[in-house]
Ligand binder design. Structure first.
Ligand SMILES: N[C@@H](CCC(=O)N[C@@H](CS)C(=O)NCC(=O)O)C(=O)O
Length: 205
């Protein structure tokens, strides 16, 4: 298999962390979806990364689907099987996806010409992130894992989301979210996270 994407994309990073966690044989190929006539278009008509090649001219796209595929490809799923755990893990992933989407929307706004940027749009995205982290803190019982007693896709997606926040929207979210901050420290130290850090990112101490 081959995974196409950018080393800074949090959507791609979810797949890269999962590949590293599982030790899957998947080649990571850097391709830029933003350039005119990007080669990604041939793999994903939506011209977004990640795209996962699963066979000759056969691609999965949309990061949630790519992660779902990789989660099931080897019979060693990181999705809790018990119904409450299953739905809790989906809930945490939805929260993490929302933080990623807001972080990306905010970054894209900062990249518009200065006279076209809308501070209220940035504030709206920042508010989403603040509220989502506050909800994570009030919902979390504390400990090493968000659901049950082993690493799951819940930990993976929220971990990627918070690291992307540290990367592109660094601010003190830890004060006021001490349980999540303590959990995140353990998640960010996992080899799968360390090995896939975006270039140029220095994790805060
Ligand atoms: N919903 C998509 C979003 C993917 C996405 O927006 N990826 C960005 C990279 S961070 C991209 O390829 N953007 C190119 C574009 O919007 O033209 C997913 O989860 O895969």
């Amino acid at each position: 298999m081959k995974l196409y994407g950018s080393p800074t994309s949090p959507y791609v990073r979810k797949a890269r962390v999962l590949i590293a966690e599982k030790g899957l044989q998947v080649e990571f190929v850097v391709e830029d979806p933003w350039v005119d006539n990007s080669p990604i278009i041939a793999k994903n008509p939506l011209s977004k990364v990640p795209a996962l090649e699963i066979g000759p001219d056969n691609y999965m796209f949309e990061s949630a689907l790519v992660v779902h595929y990789l989660d099931h490809v080897d019979g060693r799923s990181f999705t809790p099987r018990d119904p409450p755990g299953y739905w809790q893990a989906q809930w945490w992933q939805a929260l993490g996806h929302g933080i990623i989407d807001a972080g990306i929307a905010r970054v894209l706004e900062t990249r518009r010409p200065a006279d076209k940027q809308m501070p209220e749009k940035m504030a709206r995205e920042e508010d989403r992130i603040h509220r989502a982290i506050a909800l994570a803190e009030s919902s979390f019982k504390g400990g090493d894992y968000l659901v049950g007693n082993r690493f799951s896709l819940a930990d993976l997606v929220l971990g990627v989301a918070l690291q992307y926040t540290d990367f592109r929207y660094p601010h003190d979210w830890r004060t006021g979210a001490s349980k999540i901050a303590a959990w995140y420290k353990g998640i960010a130290a996992r080899p799968s996270f360390v090995e896939t850090q975006p270039p140029g990112f220095t994790p805060p101490q």
